[in-house]
Write a new protein. Sequence first.
Length: 264
Amino acid sequence: MKKLIKKIVVLAVLIYLPYSASAWGVLGHRVVGEVADYYLQAKTRLAIKQILGTESMAMTANWADFIKSDTTYNYLGNWHYVNLPENLSKSDVFSFLANQKGANIYNRLNEMIAVLKDSKSTATQKKFALRMVIHMVGDLHQPMHTARKDDLGGNKIQLSWFGEKSNLHKVWDEGLVNFQELSYTEYTKAINHPTSLQIANWQKADLKSCVYESYEICNKIYATGIKNDDKLSYKYNFDWIDTVNEQLLKGGVRLAKILNDIYK
């Protein structure tokens, strides 16, 4: 009986991990990667090709989620998000990030950037780090990845999305993006029209500021009073799709800046 219980617990953990820690879903991450590719400098593009070979940024963007099928990588689960208490000021968020010792998206993203900057890093280390950076910058711009620990980033808020069982986190990971019914290249073409001023302003933000920006959006999502058993559909899409699109676009533009700075 004990062995059976242990197997059930392990199975539950394996099922839960990819469900709770992914962001944007396959489509959203590919959009972020494809947008970023558009803003790469020639030197950066060459450096990335030397690491990834023929694999595009859009296609490698989901590696960090796909690898969850290998239990060796279970330790990456909390690299995809940072849990933040409610009602924090900007300085509170910055202080929280500076004092967090456990793994989270902010400190691990900084570590992976450092690996890419280090001339002593091996080819294997660089490939892993690049894949993680591409993915985590996307994650960082999904607001529910800066959400509350008590509801597991919205995973415990059970609701329906166009009549199908879902939860708040999943709606933001996949529901809103997939509802647009576009391929990642179509989606990129549809939203990739920032002004020069927008690009300049977005790329000024450091990682702490990116966390706080997502956290502010997350607070607005919670402030709508969304709760268990709510039925979300067209109205929710209408209210939030512009925010989703801007976050996807910002993620790509900022990812390009991070990579251009590494390989300048």
